[in-house]
Design a protein around this ligand. Structure first.
Ligand code: TRP
Length: 336
């Protein structure tokens, strides 16, 4: 609790430009919480997590700034929400180390995302990738978060955070709040435009699979035109037509319409017409975000001042928890 408010924490990695899937599935839902006075929200740019896969330093720097500006451009109010960089708050790395000593190899070995990523990056299976969930637990537990909005793919990591917190509390008394998953009202799950069995991802090798938040109108329209569908030639909302179903989901998330309304609206239309409408609806949603983004990224002094203020605010809460943890474990407080 902070000032009588529940605490919510989430974040994204700065490994690339986020996708329409990240926006419709997560960021847009975070923005909906702006006006909820009963919740204090923390959203971080998870750059420490980003280096579990090798990053080009210049690209990491650039993508971090872009993501931070996109948080704000998408509508997260930097006065109401604490928007910060994970690497600006050293307590994340410090608590992660401590929690590493309360986490078992066996628990980490079971993590499906580690197995997937290890297979994908066989040339760089580093121990940071292995203990990634412990750092994520530290992110959450430092702020005594009550709620964590996560997608299905991060559920296992949230479970581990709960287990670690419970274990630590069991030894030392009530130190950590046990976090719960927060399920947003309309957490659209957007799939790849090239392979609707896979989640739309910013690290997809096929650039046509993902709409990036900074794609221009032409690129958006071109990617939708190329979207994989089927050869039936009619619009229906069913699992047997995953490509069309995904396009309908995107259209609904962009327009606020329901799948039923959408199917009726495009009754008798060809896929070409439908794809164009979906592309236009997405471009219309992204336009104001992009406009605001371009203005913000020009205003370096303003963004820098936000970074600084917010890192201080985050550090205040994080250090409070860290001090408590260090004391419980038996470290000596630095004499003043
Ligand atoms: N692992 C998350 C992802 O890739 C990002 C993340 C890091 C996160 N720390 C977090 C999400 C803490 C929620 C809470 O999507």
């Amino acid at each position: 609790m902070i000032d009588g408010k529940k605490v919510l924490l989430s974040g994204m990695q700065s490994t690339g430009i986020i996708t329409l899937g990240n926006y419709l599935g997560a960021l847009k839902n975070w923005v909906d919480l702006n006006d909820d006075e009963s919740i204090q929200c923390f959203y971080a740019v998870m750059d420490l997590h980003s280096i579990t896969v090798r990053q080009e330093p210049a690209a990491l720097r650039k993508n971090g700034r872009i993501l931070y500006a996109l948080y704000i451009a998408a509508g997260l109010d930097p006065e109401k929400n604490c928007l910060f960089f994970q690497s600006h708050v050293p307590a994340h790395a410090q608590l992660a180390w401590i929690l590493n000593c309360y986490t078992y190899m066996g628990e980490m070995n079971r993590m499906t995302q580690f197995k997937d990523k290890a297979a994908k990056h066989a040339d760089n299976i580093n121990t940071g990738l292995f203990t990634y969930p412990v750092l994520m637990a530290a992110d959450i537990l430092l702020y005594q978060a009550d709620m964590v909005p996560v997608g299905k793919d991060q559920m296992q990591h949230l479970e581990i955070a709960r287990d670690i917190a419970g274990r630590f509390n069991g030894i030392y008394g009530d130190v950590f709040t046990i976090p719960e998953a927060y399920i947003g009202k309309n957490g659209a799950k957007i799939m790849s435009l090239q392979d609707p069995s896979k989640k739309m991802s910013k690290s997809d090798e096929n650039p046509n699979g993902s709409i990036l938040l900074l794609d221009d109108m032409d690129t958006i329209m071109r990617k939708f035109k190329k979207a994989v569908t089927d050869s039936d030639g009619f619009i229906a909302y069913t699992d047997d037509k995953p490509g069309i179903k995904n396009l309908i989901d995107i259209y609904c998330a962009s327009t606020g319409k329901t799948p039923d309304e959408t199917v009726k609206e495009f009754d008798g239309c060809g896929y070409g017409t439908f794809k164009e409408a979906v592309g236009e609806s997405v471009a219309a949603v992204l336009k104001p975000v992009q406009d605001k983004y371009h203005a913000l990224i020009e205003d370096k002094a303003y963004v820098d001042s936000l970074m600084k203020e917010n890192a201080e605010k985050a550090s205040y809460y994080a250090n409070k928890t860290l001090r408590k943890v260090m004391k419980k474990v038996g470290f000596i407080e630095l004499p003043r």
